[in-house]
Design a protein around this ligand. Structure first.
Ligand code: ADE
Length: 967
C-alpha cells in the first residue's frame, strides 16, 4: 500500500462526523481528538506506524496512526502513548476507534496480511521518556475489527469505523502507558480515549454527595453518606450507593429544611416576611396565623400583635388570642334555699375555646362602697372558680342581705394581662325571698302537626330592660313563677319548642305585681293568661290576652283587646345540601361536621379496607369525657386534593343527617394527618355478611324489624331530599341491638367504591342488580329508584344475604327485568313481604310505594304478626296467578290480611260478619277459637265447622312453629 493510499484513508476519515463520546459520569484521562498540539507518541521501529495529523473543517487537528505492511512477513510495529496520569482511577476504560482493511480485498497478501492488532499497558509512577521495553508491557487484549473494509468500499467511499472498549485494572501506580502492536495488518487508529467512571457530585433529599469512584469489583457498591445542604438537618442519615457504572443507587434517609426554612428546588430558603415555619420538615412556610406577624426572613414563629397573646401551651401554629369580654345577661333565680346565677357567654371569646368563669361574691352594706368579700359560709355548686357552664348555684346565704356577684370570663391568655379585668356584676337582695308568685297560662298552639317539646317563659323587670332576664321551661301550658318582687313591673314573653326547633318569642306583655306579699302565698297568686295558636301548621300566631282570675290584685298595663302578631315561621323540614355546591369543600365539611382533636381518638384494630384507606375500630373520648366505640375511616397518605375532597364529601353528607337509622357522624380530623372520618361503631358490621353468617337464625318479626329500620332511615333521607343511589345490604350496618342503619354516602363516589357497580353502555358505574331500570337506562335516580333498591334489600334480608338474581349476568338481569321477570319470594318469606317487594319493583316509578307508606305498612305487620303467616299465595289468592312473573297483576297488598281474606281463602266468606260481630277481628284471636266458639258464632253446618276448625288448627300450628312466632 502506498502512502497515497494511506492518505486517502485519512482523507476519508476526515469526512466521518466525529462526535467524541462523553458522559457525565466519566473522567477523561486522555482523548486524542481533543489534543490540539503534537501528540508526541513514539513508534518502534520508526518506519512502522505513521503518525498523520490533518486538520478538520474547524481547523482542529485529527491525530491518526496508520500502519499497512501487509506484504512483508514478520511485522512487529509498536506505537506507544505518552504517560497517562491515573488521577483517582482504580480501573480505566480504553476506547479505540479504528478502521481495518479486509485482507481478502488486497491481492497477493495471503500469509502475510493480518486482521488484528494487540493492545498493551504498563503501569509506572513516572514518565520514562523515550525508553521503551516491550517486555515490561502487559497484554490487555487482541483487537479485531467488527467491520473491515474492502477496495470496493474505498471506491464507494464507505468507511467502517470500529469502536472497541477494554477495561484495564485494578491499577495503583501513578500512571500508565498504552502500546499498540501491529503484526501485519492495515489499520488506521483514529482516536484513543482513556477514562474512568465516577458517581458524580449530586444533591438528593436535601443532602449533597461528593464525586465518588466506584469499586473495581463491579459487584460491590460504595456506601456514601450525604451532607445536609445549608439550613437543613438530618432526619435519617442520608446515604447513596455508588455503582460500578458511575450510577447512584438506593437513596436512603434524608435531610429536611430547618425551622424557618422551606424547600425549593433541592435547597432550603428562608421563609419570607409574614411567613413562618415552626418545625423542621419538608413543609412549606405558612402565613402567620391571625393576629401575629413576622418582619424578618426565616421566622420560626410569628409574634403576637399588641393586645394579643399566646398561652404557654399554645402551638406556634395557633392564632394569637386575647382575653374574653365579660359574660352577658346575668340573671338570678332566688328561692328560700338556693340562689341560681345564670349568664350568657361573652360576645367576644377572644378567639379561644378554653373559656371558664370565676364568680366573686361581695356582701354589701346599705352604701355601695361598704362591700367585703363573702366568707366561706357561702357554698357554690359546683364551685366558684373555673366554671365551664354558664350557671352556678349559691347556697347557705344569709337572709336580708345584699350580695354582689362579679362574674368574670377567663381563657388561656387571661393571665397575660394584669390590669383589672372587666366583669359582669349583679346585686341580689335576699329580701326578695319574700316575693310574689304569678301563674302564667296559655293555650296550646292549635293545628301544629309537630310535637311540642316544651315552652319557655322569659321575664324580666321592666326597669332593668332585657339585660338580665329569667326564664323557665315547662311542658305544661302554664307555669307558676315565684320570687317576683312586689310592686314591680315585669315583662313576659313566651316561645314554643317543637321537634323542628324554637318558635320566635311572643310579643312582650307587661304586668305589675301588687305590693301585698302576704296574700300571695295563696296557691295561684296572680294569674296571667296568654293564648297561642298555630295557623296553617307553619306560622305560629300568638294571640296575647290577659285574664286576671283573681280580681283586685292586678293593675292592667295593656288594653284588654287581644294583640295579634306573627312570630317567625317554623323552620320547615330540613333539606339536604349538596356539598359540591360549596366552592370550598373544606368549608362544607366544617359546616356539617365537627373537627375532632385526634388526641381524643384511640385506634384499636383495622376492620376493613375502604377505597381511600383503612377502616379501623377504636374509641373516641367525648367532650363529656365518656368513651364511645367508633369506626374510623382513614385517608391514606399520598392522596391528591381531589381524593381528599371525595373522601370528606361523605362526612359533609352524613353530618347533615340526624336519624336513628342513619349512621351517625361523630366528626372529622382534617387539620392533622391522617385525615379521618369518625362514625358510630356498628358491632355487627354490614348487613349482608351478618345475615350470611347467621343464616336462618332470626324470626320473621326480627327480620321485618330490620327492614322497618332501613325503610325509616331511607324515609328520613327522602324527606331530606337525598337520593342514596346505592341501597344494598352491603351498605347497611347493624349494631349489637340489631338496629340497621344506612351508611355509605357520597353520590358518585359510593358507586366508584362499590365492587358491585359495573359500567353501563353510557359509561356510568351502576350496581345493576340493585338499580331501577330508569336509573340504569338514563340515570334517572330518585327516591322512587331508591324504593326499587329497597325492594332488593328486602329480598336480600328475607333470603339471608343471597345474591339477587344469583349468578345471572348483569346483561341477563337487565333483559329479564325488561321482560317482566321479578325475583320470586325467598324461601319462608311471607306473601305480604314479597308483595311489598313486587310493589317496589313496579316498572312505572310513580307507582312504587313511598317510604312513609312502607314504614307504616311494616309497622302494621309488626303489630299484627299473624299476617306474616301466609307463605304461599295459594292461601290467599287464585293459585293460577303467578305473581312473581306478572307484577302488573299484584293484588293490592294494602288489603291487609284480615279475617275476611282468611275466610275468602277457605271459601267461607259468608261468615265474615259473624266473626266480626262476635269480636274475632284478627287472625291472632281466631287462632284461639275452640269448636264451641265456632258453633256459638253461628256456623251450624258440620262441614263448614270442620273446614273452619281445620284451618284454625293450621293457623295455630303455624303460629306456634313457623317463623318463631309465639302468640
Ligand atoms: N365498617 C364500616 N363502617 C363501620 C362501622 N361504622 N361500624 C363497624 N364496622 C364498620
Amino acid at each position: 500500500m502506498t502512502l497515497g493510499e494511506k492518505l486517502c484513508l485519512v482523507f476519508l476519515f476526515l469526512r466521518i462526523v466525529f462526535t467524541p463520546s462523553s458522559h457525565g459520569n466519566q473522567v477523561v484521562l486522555l482523548d486524542t481528538t481533543s489534543v490540539l498540539g503534537e501528540l508526541g507518541w513514539k513508534t518502534y521501529p520508526m518506519n512502522g506506524w505513521d503518525a498523520i495529523t490533518e486538520m478538520d473543517e474547524h481547523n482542529r487537528p485529527i491525530h491518526t496512526f496508520q500502519v499497512c505492511h501487509v506484504m512483508e512477513p514478520n511485522q512487529n510495529n509498536w506505537l506507544r502513548s505518552n504517560w497517562i496520569f491515573r488521577q483517582a482511577a482504580q480501573k480505566v476504560y480504553v476506547e479505540l476507534r479504528f478502521t481495518l482493511r479486509d485482507c481478502n480485498s488486497i491481492p497477493w497478501v495471503s500469509g502475510t496480511c493480518k486482521e488484528t492488532f494487540n493492545l498493551f499497558y504498563y503501569e509506572t509512577d513516572e514518565s520514562h521518556g523515550v525508553k521503551f521495553k516491550p517486555s515490561q508491557y502487559t497484554k490487555i487484549d487482541t483487537i479485531a475489527a467488527d467491520e473491515s473494509f474492502t477496495q470496493m468500499d474505498l471506491g464507494d467511499r464507505i468507511l467502517k469505523l470500529n469502536t472497541e472498549v477494554r477495561e484495564v485494572g485494578p491499577i495503583s501506580r501513578k500512571g500508565l502507558y498504552l502500546a499498540f502492536q501491529d503484526i501485519g495488518a492495515c489499520i488506521a487508529l483514529v482516536s484513543v480515549r482513556v477514562y474512568y467512571k465516577k458517581c458524580p457530585f449530586t444533591l438528593r433529599n436535601l443532602a449533597s454527595f461528593p464525586d465518588t469512584v466506584p469499586r473495581v469489583d463491579s459487584s460491590s457498591l460504595v456506601e456514601v453518606r450525604g451532607a445536609c445542604v445549608e439550613h437543613a438537618e438530618e432526619r435519617d442519615t442520608p446515604k447513596l450507593y455508588c455503582g460500578a457504572d458511575g450510577d447512584w443507587l438506593v437513596p436512603l434517609g434524608k435531610c429536611v429544611c430547618s425551622v424557618g426554612y422551606e424547600e425549593m428546588d433541592g435547597a432550603c430558603f428562608a421563609c419570607r416576611p409574614g411567613f413562618y415555619k415552626a418545625f423542621a420538615g419538608n413543609i412549606k412556610c405558612s402565613k402567620c396565623p391571625p393576629h401575629s406577624f413576622s418582619y424578618g426572613e426565616g421566622a420560626a414563629v410569628c409574634h403576637c400583635e399588641k393586645a394579643f397573646y399566646r398561652a404557654e401551651r399554645d402551638p406556634p401554629t395557633m392564632a394569637c388570642t386575647r382575653p374574653p369580654s365579660p359574660p352577658r345577661n346575668v340573671v338570678f333565680n332566688l328561692n328560700d334555699t338556693c340562689l341560681q346565677l345564670e349568664w350568657s357567654p361573652p360576645s367576644d371569646m377572644g378567639g379561644r375555646r378554653d373559656l371558664t368563669y370565676n364568680v366573686l361574691c361581695k356582701r354589701c352594706g346599705p352604701e355601695p362602697d361598704q362591700c367585703q368579700l363573702c366568707g366561706e359560709e357561702l357554698r357554690f355548686v359546683p364551685r366558684p372558680q373555673g366554671l365551664t357552664n354558664t350557671t352556678v348555684t349559691v347556697m347557705d346565704f344569709s337572709a336580708h342581705a345584699n350580695y354582689t356577684f362579679e362574674i368574670e370570663s377567663l381563657n388561656g391568655v387571661s393571665k397575660m394581662i394584669n390590669y383589672p379585668r372587666p366583669v359582669a356584676a349583679i346585686t341580689v337582695s335576699t329580701d326578695q325571698v319574700e316575693s310574689v308568685s304569678l301563674t302564667v297560662c296559655w293555650q296550646q298552639p292549635l293545628n301544629i302537626s309537630l310535637l311540642v317539646v316544651d315552652y319557655e317563659v322569659k321575664y324580666y323587670e321592666k326597669e332593668h330592660e332585657e339585660l338580665s332576664y329569667s326564664s323557665t321551661r315547662t311542658k305544661a301550658p302554664s307555669v307558676i313563677i315565684t320570687g317576683l318582687k312586689p310592686s314591680t313591673c315585669y315583662v313576659f314573653s313566651l316561645r314554643t319548642r317543637t321537634s323542628a326547633g324554637h318558635s320566635a318569642y311572643s310579643p312582650k306583655y307587661e304586668y305589675e305585681t301588687t305590693d301585698d306579699t302576704s296574700d300571695m302565698a295563696s296557691d295561684q297568686g296572680q294569674v296571667l293568661v296568654i293564648v297561642t295558636a298555630a295557623v296553617g301548621g307553619f306560622t305560629l300566631l300568638i294571640i296575647l290576652t290577659l285574664f286576671f282570675l283573681i280580681t283586685g290584685r292586678y293593675q292592667r298595663q295593656n288594653p284588654v283587646s287581644p294583640l295579634f302578631f306573627s312570630a317567625l315561621p317554623y323552620p320547615g323540614v330540613k333539606t339536604y345540601v349538596d356539598p359540591d355546591t360549596y366552592e370550598d369543600p373544606t368549608q362544607a365539611v366544617h359546616e356539617f361536621a365537627k373537627e375532632i382533636d385526634p388526641t381524643r381518638i384511640r385506634i384499636e384494630r383495622v376492620i376493613g379496607a375502604g377505597e381511600f384507606g383503612e377502616v379501623c375500630s377504636g374509641r373516641l373520648r367525648t367532650l363529656g369525657k365518656r368513651e364511645i366505640a367508633v369506626a374510623i375511616k382513614t385517608l391514606k397518605g399520598g392522596y391528591v386534593e381531589r381524593q381528599r375532597r371525595d373522601f370528606l364529601r361523605e362526612a359533609s353528607i352524613m353530618g347533615q343527617f340526624d336519624d336513628p337509622n342513619i349512621i351517625r357522624l361523630e366528626g372529622v380530623v382534617t387539620r392533622s394527618r391522617p385525615v379521618m372520618i369518625v362514625v358510630e361503631y356498628m358491632e355487627n358490621g354490614s348487613l349482608d355478611s351478618f345475615l350470611r353468617k347467621h343464616d336462618g337464625h332470626f324470626t320473621v318479626i326480627q327480620l321485618v324489624g330490620m327492614l322497618r329500620g332501613i325503610a325509616s332511615g331511607v324515609r328520613y333521607l327522602s324527606d331530606m331530599g337525598y337520593v342514596h343511589r346505592d341501597l344494598a345490604a352491603r351498605n347497611i350496618l347493624v349494631n349489637s341491638n340489631l338496629v340497621c342503619k344506612v351508611s355509605d354516602f357520597g353520590l358518585s363516589r359510593v358507586l366508584e367504591d362499590d365492587p358491585e357497580a359495573a359500567y353501563t353502555t353510557t359509561g356510568g358505574k351502576i350496581p345493576i342488580r340493585w338499580t331501577a331500570p330508569e336509573a340504569i337506562s338514563y340515570r334517572k335516580f330518585s327516591s322512587a329508584s331508591d324504593a326499587w333498591s329497597y325492594g332488593i334489600v328486602m329480598w336480600e334480608v328475607m333470603s339471608y344475604g343471597e345474591r339477587p338474581y344469583w349468578e345471572m349476568s348483569n346483561q341477563d338481569v337487565i333483559l329479564s327485568i325488561e321482560e317482566g321477570y321479578r325475583l320470586p319470594a325467598p324461601m319462608g318469606c311471607p306473601v305480604v313481604l314479597h308483595q311489598l317487594m313486587l310493589h317496589c319493583w313496579q316498572k312505572e316509578r310513580s307507582q312504587r310505594p313511598k317510604f312513609t307508606d312502607v314504614v307504616s305498612f311494616l309497622d302494621k305487620l309488626i303489630r299484627n304478626p299473624s299476617s306474616l303467616l301466609f307463605l304461599l299465595y295459594s292461601l290467599l289468592f287464585d293459585p293460577s296467578v303467578s305473581l312473581a312473573e306478572s307484577p302488573g297483576e299484584v293484588v293490592d297488598y294494602h288489603m291487609f290480611i284480615s279475617i275476611g281474606d282468611w275466610l275468602d281463602s277457605i271459601k267461607m266468606s259468608q261468615y265474615k260478619s259473624s266473626f266480626v260481630a262476635a269480636g274475632f277481628s284478627t287472625l291472632d284471636s281466631v287462632a284461639q277459637m275452640s269448636i264451641e266458639d265456632v258453633r256459638r258464632i253461628g256456623v251450624v253446618l258440620i262441614g263448614h265447622q270442620r273446614r273452619i276448625v281445620s284451618s284454625i288448627q293450621t293457623l295455630r300450628l303455624q303460629l306456634l312453629h313457623e317463623n318463631g312466632f309465639h302468640v
